[in-house]
Design a protein around this ligand. Structure first.
Ligand SMILES: Nc1ncnc2c1ncn2[C@@H]1O[C@H](COP(=O)(O)OP(=O)(O)OP(=O)(O)O)[C@@H](O)[C@H]1O
Length: 243
């Protein structure tokens, strides 16, 4: 049974592509106010899992609950209106629009609550994510790091209750990584629950209250981040050898 503080629930989620089973019976409850990191080797099924949570893919088994309601059959846009936003591993902005316009679209069309002042709200997001300096540039002219910041900005523009991040830290310097952790903590401090898929373990250990390790489409370990990272089965799955 889902606890009253559970904001997102994967109930026995499975996914197959043709005869290839990518996810096997994944059950995960995410409570309000958690920052849950998800790590696992390439091909573990992390992005597929996120795609099932957001509705980009329909599961071959199991269900998804958002804020206590079954949303398994709802499309991505409807889940977004209910408070579930994501970033993509490969940024997907509206390329010919400016950075500001991209976020304005999110503010105007990604929320249930009508914004009385979408321009100020979009600007506030860009200031928070550090993109105000390039607000008037077409999105297609941004480098990779700013495209990732724009992914995050567009997600924040929808005013999410639950934010899913897919490898947003890749390619950052140590200092940029520190800034990202700080930003994610700030967003979390406003009451947003966060699920963060990432390969950079340092970032997850610094930011997350809980860590889940996936391998071969299953949850291998789930709990305190330092305990999970040091678990022998996680070391073997992730590094190929025990520490
Ligand atoms: N649309 C698809 N059709 C067929 N196979 C797919 C499809 N999407 C993903 N897969 C396969 O499912 C497996 C899991 O992929 P997924 O992208 O979810 O893994 P991941 O853990 O996110 O990996 P990475 O860390 O490399 O991003 C991989 O073997 C992948 O090739």
């Amino acid at each position: 049974m889902t606890s009253s503080s559970t904001v997102l629930r994967a109930g026995g989620l499975s996914m197959s592509f043709g005869g290839f089973q990518v996810l096997r019976d994944i059950t995960l409850d995410v409570g309000s106010g958690e920052i849950v990191g998800i790590l696992g080797p390439n091909g573990a099924g992390k992005t597929t899992f996120m795609n099932l949570l957001t509705g980009a893919l329909k599961p071959t088994g199991g269900h998804v609950e958002l804020l206590g309601e079954d949303v398994t059959r709802l499309p991505t846009a409807e889940r977004c209106h209910r408070g579930l936003a994501r970033t993509h591993q490969v940024p997907k902005p509206f390329s010919e629009m400016t950075v500001f316009e991209n976020v304005l679209v999110a503010v105007n069309h990604g929320r249930t609550r009508h914004s009385d002042d979408p321009i100020t709200e979009a600007w506030t997001v860009l200031e928070e994510t550090g993109l105000a300096r390039v607000a008037n540039r077409p999105a297609e002219t941004l480098g990779l790091l700013d495209r990732k910041r724009l992914e995050l900005s567009r997600a924040l523009g929808t005013d999410p209750k639950v934010l899913l991040l897919d490898e947003i830290g890749g390619g950052l310097t140590d200092r940029e990584g520190d800034e990202l952790v700080e930003l994610i903590r700030r967003i979390h401090g406003r009451g947003v629950t966060i699920i963060w898929i990432e390969h950079i373990m340092r970032l997850l250990l610094e930011a997350c209250t809980r860590l889940v390790c996936m391998a071969e489409g299953k949850v291998l370990a789930d709990g305190d981040p330092h305990v999970v990272v040091n678990a022998q089965e996680v070391q073997v799955a992730y590094f190929g050898t025990a520490a």
